[in-house]
Design a protein around this ligand. Structure first.
Ligand SMILES: [Zn+2]
Length: 177
C-alpha cells in the first residue's frame, strides 16, 4: 500500500486515473467521497479531554474526491460507515439504558450491563481504528491538496504520472502563447 498526494485541482476536475484506488485494477465505478480530518488546533493540549474531542468533531477540514473503485472494492467506504454509525447507534441507547436502569434493577444487573456495554465499546473502538489503519484514509488536508494513505501502488504511480503529464502540458501551452 502507498500514500498519494491529490491536489484540489485533480479532485475538482476529476482527473484521477481510472484505476481502483484500493487494488489498482481497472475501475468500474467512481463514487464521491468526502474525507475529513480534525483541524490541528483542536488537538491543542490547552483544550484536552472532552472539549478537544467535541471541537475535533465540529471543526474539520474537508476534501471531496470522486474515488475510482473496482467491483470488489466498491463498498470499501460504505462498510466502514456502517461499522462506525451502526456501532454508535447501538452504543448510545445501550449506555442510556444502563443509566436509566440504576435504582430500578438489582445493582449486580446494572454492573453487568455497564461491563457488557464497556466491552462492546472497546471492541467497537478497536474495529473502527483497525479499519481506519488498513483502509484508505486521509493523513493530511491542506488548502490545495490532501495526502491519502492505504491506496494501491499502481494507483499512486498512475496519479504521479498524470500530475507530471499535466505539468508538462501546461508548460508546452505556456510556451506556445
Ligand atoms: Zn479494487
Amino acid at each position: 500500500m502507498a500514500a498519494v498526494i491529490i491536489t484540489r485541482r485533480q479532485a475538482d476536475e476529476d482527473r484521477l486515473p481510472h484505476l481502483c484506488m484500493r487494488c489498482g485494477k481497472t475501475a468500474t465505478v467512481r463514487s464521491e467521497k468526502t474525507f475529513s480530518k480534525r483541524q490541528e488546533w483542536t488537538a491543542s493540549i490547552l483544550l484536552g479531554g472532552l472539549p478537544s474531542l467535541l471541537f475535533g468533531m465540529l471543526f474539520r477540514d474537508r476534501f471531496t474526491v470522486t474515488v475510482p473503485l473496482c467491483d470488489s472494492h466498491k463498498s470499501h467506504f460504505k462498510w466502514r460507515s456502517i461499522v462506525f454509525w451502526g456501532g454508535l447507534l447501538i452504543l448510545i441507547p445501550a449506555l442510556l439504558g444502563c443509566f436509566a436502569s440504576i435504582g430500578n434493577v438489582a445493582d449486580k444487573v446494572v454492573e453487568n450491563s455497564f461491563i457488557g456495554v464497556g466491552a462492546f465499546a472497546l471492541a467497537w473502538v478497536v474495529i473502527v481504528v483497525f479499519s481506519k489503519l488498513i483502509g484508505i484514509d486521509v493523513a493530511k488536508i491542506e488548502s490545495h491538496q490532501a495526502i491519502l494513505m492505504g491506496v494501491s501502488d499502481n494507483f499512486a504511480k498512475a496519479c504521479e504520472r498524470r500530475k507530471a503529464d499535466a505539468k508538462s502540458d501546461e508548460f508546452d501551452w505556456a510556451e506556445c502563447r
